[in-house]
Every structure is written in C-alpha cells, then in structure tokens.
Design a binder for this molecule. Sequence first.
Ligand code: GTP
Ligand code: NA
Ligand code: MG
Length: 290
Amino acid sequence: EDPSTLPERPPIVTIMGHVDHGKTTMLDWLRRSSVAAQEHGGITQHIGAFSVKLSSGKQITFLDTPGHAAFLTMRQRGANVTDIVILVVAADDSVKPQTLEALKHARAANVPIIVAINKIDKDEARVDQVKADLARHGVEIEDYGGDVQVACVSGKTGEGMDSLEENILTLSEILDVRADPGGLAEGWVLESSVKSQGRSASVLVKRGTMRKGDIVAAGTAWAKIRTLRNEAGMEVDEAPPGMPVEVLGWRELPDAGDEVLQAPNEARVREAINYRIELKSHEKAASEQE
Ligand code: GTP
Ligand code: NA
Ligand code: MG
C-alpha cells in the first residue's frame, strides 16, 4: 500500500527546554485553545496530552510535561512517540545546560525541532543573542540559512503563538504525518493511575482506531475497553490516530511508556500476555543466576 494515500493525522509535539524557560506557561496557553476547552467551556482533564484545533480546522496534539517521562522511556525502547520537539529558550536567559540536553535527546531520537524563543515580552529579552548562541551550538536556524524554524513568542501574553502553530503545521506537512485508521489499533501509554472509576491509562493512538469493547494489551496488562474518554472527560466511542484518550477497563495497571496493541480476541491477548509473563520470569531467573 502506498503510504502517501493514507489520511493525515495530527502531528504529535513535545515541548522541551531548560528549567523555568516557560514550558508549562506555553502549554497552559495552548491548552486554553485546545479542542476540549473550546467545546466544553474550558474544563480539561489531565490525560498526558491534548489536542489543539487551529482556525484552519487542522489539529495538533501536544504531549504534557508528565508525558516527558513516557517520551524518555519510549525513546529508550527505540520508539518515537513524538514527531516534533519544540525547544523553548527564554529570551532573557538564552541557551542553558538543559537546553543542550533537550537538543541532545531530540537529535538522538532523530526528531526535528522548532525553536520557540519565549518571554519576548520582557525588557531583558535578547532575541538576537539567543539566535547566535543556538547557531554556536550547531542549531541550523533559518535566520542563518538553515532549515530550523524559529518562533518568537510569549507564553504569557500569547504573542507569536499563532505563528508557532503555523510553524508546526509547515513542518508536519514536510514530514507528511499520516496513519492508517483501519486494522488493529496501536498506541502508547502516556500515564496510568488508579481512579475512583478503576484502573485508568491515557493512551495516544498511533495507528488504527481504538473503540469501546476492543481488547488491548500493554506489557503484561490487558483491557476489554469499557470506557473511552477524551481530554474533556466526555465519553467517546472511538479514538483515531493522533488522538489522546483515557482508557478504562484494565485487569491490571499498565506502565507509562508501554506500547498498546489491540488483539483480535480474548484468547489471543491471554496467550500474548502469558508469553510475556513467562519471558519476564526467565529474564528474572537468568539475572539472579549471574
Ligand atoms: P519547569 O517546569 O520548572 O522547568 O519550568 P517551566 O519551563 O515550565 O517554566 P514555567 O512555565 O513554570 O515558567 C517559569 C516562570 O517564567 C514563571 O514565573 C512564568 O510566569 C514565567 N514565564 C513563562 N513564560 C513567560 C513569558 O512568556 N513571559 C514572561 N514575562 N514570563 C514568563
Ligand atoms: Na518552573
Ligand atoms: Mg513546568
């Protein structure tokens, strides 16, 4: 099958950067313009990710900060959950150790970056200095003839945030992010916890469509999906690629970073899980012998 004929899916974006450079402030600003906030009066659930619908109708999915842990686990397993990294650099503080750390992670995961120079509303903002510092660290920004887009923003006032969103869409068009909404669903656990309604996992669907009643496995845990909820806490019947959802109905709590795979039936999922449990106990026995 020709992948270029598959439907587009929302790009998945992670915000990284040095401490206090404004990651949470930017996410909060974006969250306020999220699909859920627009459609349900601003009350959003924390499910590790949220979707922003642009005026063009296109969507972008942002991973929340706790999604970071899952991002790192998944990268250690050689998988990329994110399509794009937004590297936040405060205009009054410029490049710092964790900026370089984030850059290193993005490069190791082979994920393209967009630079967001934040806090441009401040008197101390020195945008040109930040650009020069980034270039000095090998970031090929567009101002210096490279292809890394730079957005100058304020997460506080919202200035420049629309052009950041445009930058994301431009890059995702180049990356051509598409996914098959058919076939058995696949995704990633972003976070998991026990709630009053039972064991809950937020899942980012990567391929296929996750539906109520589906049987899915994640590590040695499995679920017959009882309830799917979007970021507004509203029940939904299905989740297409790129959509984060809360999944209820787990027999055991899965771990953040686990891959979620739909199984055709309960017998198959039990078989797969028994195999994984056996594998784990063999690995444990082998490591105890050392
Ligand atoms: P950590 O999660 O601790 O690494 O920090 P962070 O990157 O999430 O930064 P956070 O959003 O918490 O912002 C740190 C401080 O900078 C807070 O006091 C924010 O109000 C402030 N801040 C963030 N963005 C802006 C901005 O665009 N302009 C101004 N003036 N202040 C900002
Ligand atoms: Na902070
Ligand atoms: Mg923060």
